[in-house]
Design a protein around this ligand. Structure first.
Ligand code: RTP
Ligand code: MG
Length: 148
C-alpha cells in the first residue's frame, strides 16, 4: 500500500492544530503507521529541503522548520500521496481553497501549517530520513474492509 510523509509544521503545533490535522486524515480513511513529536536538527532540515537549497528563501525555511517541535507522520492508503496534497491545498495559503488544511488555517506561505511528500520518490526519501523501519507499524483496522 502507498505511503506518504506528512508533517505538522511548528506554526501549527504552536496553534494546537495537531489533533485537527490528524483527525482529517483518519476520517478520510487513511491509516497512521508511524508518528513522533520531534525537534528537527539543522542537518536534517537541510537534507529534507535539499531541493530548495539554491532558493533565496532556503535560510528562512530551515530556520522556521527548526524553530519548534514538529509532528512527523507516515500515512498509508490508496493514492495517499496525491490525495493528501489535495487535502493540504496550495503551497500559498492565499491560493488554497477553503476546506483544505492550508485554506482553512494558513495565511502566509512561510507558515503554511503542513508538509506533504509530492511524489513516490520524495515520499520514500522523506520517510527514510525521518523514520527507522521498526518505527513503522503494520496492522489491520476493523474499518479497512469498508474502505478498501
Ligand atoms: P512542502 O514541501 O512544505 O509540503 O510545501 P510544497 O511542496 O507545497 O511547496 P515547496 O515548493 O516544496 O516549498 C517548500 C516550502 O517552502 C516555503 N516557501 N516559501 N517565501 C517563499 O516564497 C516560499 N516559497 C515556498 C513554503 O513553506 C513551502 O511549504
Ligand atoms: Mg514540497
Amino acid at each position: 500500500m502507498e505511503k506518504t510523509f506528512l508533517m505538522v509544521k511548528p506554526d501549527a503545533v504552536q496553534r494546537h492544530l495537531i489533533g485537527n490535522i490528524v483527525s482529517r486524515f483518519e476520517a478520510k480513511g487513511f491509516r497512521l503507521v508511524g508518528a513522533k513529536l520531534m525537534k528537527i536538527s539543522n542537518e536534517l532540515a537541510e537534507k529534507h529541503y535539499a531541493e530548495h537549497k539554491d532558493r533565496p528563501f532556503f535560510g528562512e525555511l530551515v530556520e522556521f522548520i527548526t524553530s519548534g517541535p514538529v509532528f512527523a507522520m507516515v500515512w498509508e492508503g490508496e493514492n495517499v500521496i496525491k490525495t493528501a496534497r489535495q487535502m493540504m491545498g496550495s503551497t500559498n495559503p492565499s491560493d488554497a481553497a477553503p476546506g483544505t488544511i492550508r485554506g482553512d488555517y494558513g495565511v502566509v506561505v512561510r507558515k503554511n501549517i503542513i508538509h506533504g511528500s509530492d511524489s513516490e520518490e520524495s515520499a520514500a526519501r522523506e520517510i527514510s530520513l525521518f523514520f527507522n523501519e521498526e518505527e513503522l507499524l503494520q496492522y489491520d483496522r476493523p474499518v479497512d474492509g469498508s474502505i478498501y
